[in-house]
Ligand binder design. Structure first.
Ligand code: SF4
Length: 538
């Protein structure tokens, strides 16, 4: 099996891991080394539907000795299996990185032989990346439950972020659907990672003080920081009966006790036939979305979990976001005067985000804020106006200031604007590396143009046009001139920079080996790559 086939299998198998996240740390480039990370996020490129895809998200292997009911890679499934050798994966990552396709690596794995053996393979890969290639870019590594503490420690010194998947929101559910895993195996590495991060930070803080004693015992070789971007976890939502109340309380306690950076929620995707799984095939993407909104309120909007949800109403309102729901249930706190209200209250107004609240506090020092100023500051005025007064006058004049009246206004889908346009384009589920997303904007024709086009031969030829290749395997089977260079030229990526030199002539071979404009691809990511491929083909 060649590397392209392995990549196709293992990148596709990794799409169920949700980890579109920013790096969370700053690290400058260094002479003689490769790569850097930005705290603002390595994920600055987005696919057409808004998903960030600049991490190479891949499995070390999809061979697995476990049999988790919900997982496509479980040992009882008959699927194509593959495994990377550590050097193959490290070289592939560097190949992608040098061409600006990715800015980091997200590495997960099925359990091959044992958790320790799997982790050793991951460690070898990261060692090649970090020490042989001098790679300083972002790496997110999954810790396999049941791995020995020494190996978790070793892996943590090579990765920027680590995560141990909780998988399911309760130990009973875990026992039902993933009987080979248990609560202890999952929580032990999470606790170890938390303690090691704290210890590492303390040691570095003492070292920075450079007391005489520390100067004497300073280790000669500077070790890498332990998981500098913190740890995260992931839970599957909807495969088991736990309520949102249970899930949010669990998330809040994970943030509190294990200092997690993120809890990811993944709507259950039915990929297996199993009596233990829900009979209903509906994917609860809206529920996943509401949980993320609630999670955001916990982390950035100073909400307590009891303010968002209670035991009597254990599920989040599917029609209303949790912040708007809190606002209409607490109408006695509104309207607030936008020119004088405390920052904490501004944060609670639907339509005002953290950045908006900060901008308001800054701007109102210089002038009185009314509708035009608020719109200029990027406030979603259509939503916020029901809950604010601007210089003494109520901004939502004409609205029914009651629970039912405001609920009807706020539950309506957002039309137009940035949010509305994004919602129109959303594609359900996780994308695989090779999935094609149509990024072209439809051409809007003026009335006259439309009739001329309908009468022309172009319209007839459009209907006869062959479909583009649906899968990478088909894409590879196409003649070279129309094949995707990403899928066809993987072995050549291991060659040094010489393969990136422009060819001297303008022969047709240039179409098969396009000269990449690395600058533009760097800023546009995969969407840029697709546009570049399209332009080369044209
Ligand atoms: S251990 Fe991971 S890869 Fe293996 S079956 Fe369970 S969820 Fe799937």
């Amino acid at each position: 099996m060649d590397i392209a086939d392995k990549l196709e299998i293992l990148a596709d198998a990794a799409k169920y891991d949700v980890a579109c996240t920013s790096s969370g740390i700053d690290r400058d480039a260094q002479r003689g080394k490769l790569g850097n990370t930005l705290a603002a996020g390595i994920c600055h490129s987005f696919s057409a539907d808004g998903r960030c895809i600049t991490l190479l998200k891949v499995l070390m292997t999809n061979v697995c000795v476990f049999d988790c009911a919900y997982c496509v890679n479980r040992c009882s499934n008959e699927v194509a299996r593959a495994a990377f050798k550590p050097r193959e994966l490290a070289d592939l990552t560097i190949g992608f990185y040098r061409r600006n396709y990715i800015e980091g690596l997200f590495l997960s794995s099925g359990v091959i032989r044992s958790p320790d053996y799997t982790t050793e393979l991951m460690i070898q890969t990261l060692e090649i990346l970090r020490f042989e290639h001098g790679f300083r870019g972002y790496i997110h590594a999954k810790a396999v439950p049941g791995t020995s503490p020494e190996l978790v420690d070793q892996l943590g010194h090579l990765a920027d972020r680590m995560s141990v998947n909780m998988e399911l929101p309760s130990s009973q559910s875990l026992q039902l659907l993933a009987p080979e895993k248990n609560k202890q195996n999952i929580l032990a590495p999470m606790r170890q990672i938390k303690e090691n991060i704290a210890e590492d930070k303390d040691t570095r803080a003492i070292m920075r003080k450079c007391t005489t004693y520390m100067a004497e015992c300073k280790p000669k070789k500077k070790t890498r920081a332990f998981v500098p971007a913190g740890q995260s976890t992931q839970m599957i939502i909807g495969a088991t009966p736990e309520s949102d109340f249970h899930i949010l309380n669990l998330s809040a306690s994970l943030y509190r006790t294990l200092s997690l950076k993120r809890v990811f929620f993944s709507a259950y995707l039915p990929v297996n036939e199993d009596a233990r799984l829900p009979a209903n095939d509906a994917i609860e993407l809206n529920r996943e979305h509401r949980l993320y909104q609630a999670d955001w309120l916990l982390r950035f909007y100073q909400f307590d979990v009891n303010e968002i949800i209670d035991e009597k109403h254990p599920f989040l309102d599917p029609l209303l976001d949790p912040k708007a729901n809190w606002a209409i249930n607490n109408l006695d706190s509104f309207p607030i005067e936008v020119n004088t209200a405390p920052f904490e209250m501004l944060l609670r107004v639907p339509g005002i985000g953290v950045r908006g609240a900060k901008s308001i506090v800054r701007a109102r020092k210089r002038s009185t804020l009314r509708e035009p100023e608020l719109r200029k500051l990027g406030i979603a005025y259509k939503r916020a106006r029901y809950f604010i007064t601007c210089n003494g006058s109520y901004a939502g004049t004409g609205a029914d200031f009651s629970r039912e009246g405001l609920r009807a206004q706020l539950a309506a889908p957002i039309q137009g604007g940035r949010h509305g346009r994004r919602a129109d384009k959303a594609i359900p589920g996780q994308l695989s590396l090779f999935e094609q997303v149509d990024t072209t904007k439809p051409k809007i024709m003026r009335p006259g143009e439309c009739q001329r086009f309908a009468a022309s031969t172009d319209a007839a030829s459009l209907a006869d046009a062959p479909m583009s290749a649906a899968s990478p395997a088909e894409a590879r089977a196409l003649p070279q001139a129309s094949a995707d260079p990403l899928a066809t030229s993987i072995p050549e990526w291991f060659a040094p920079a010489v393969s990136r030199q422009p060819k001297p002539d303008a022969s047709p071979s240039r179409i098969a080996s396009p000269r990449w404009d690395s600058g533009s691809i760097a800023t546009q990511g995969f969407a840029g790559r697709e546009r570049a491929v399209a332009s080369v083909r044209a």
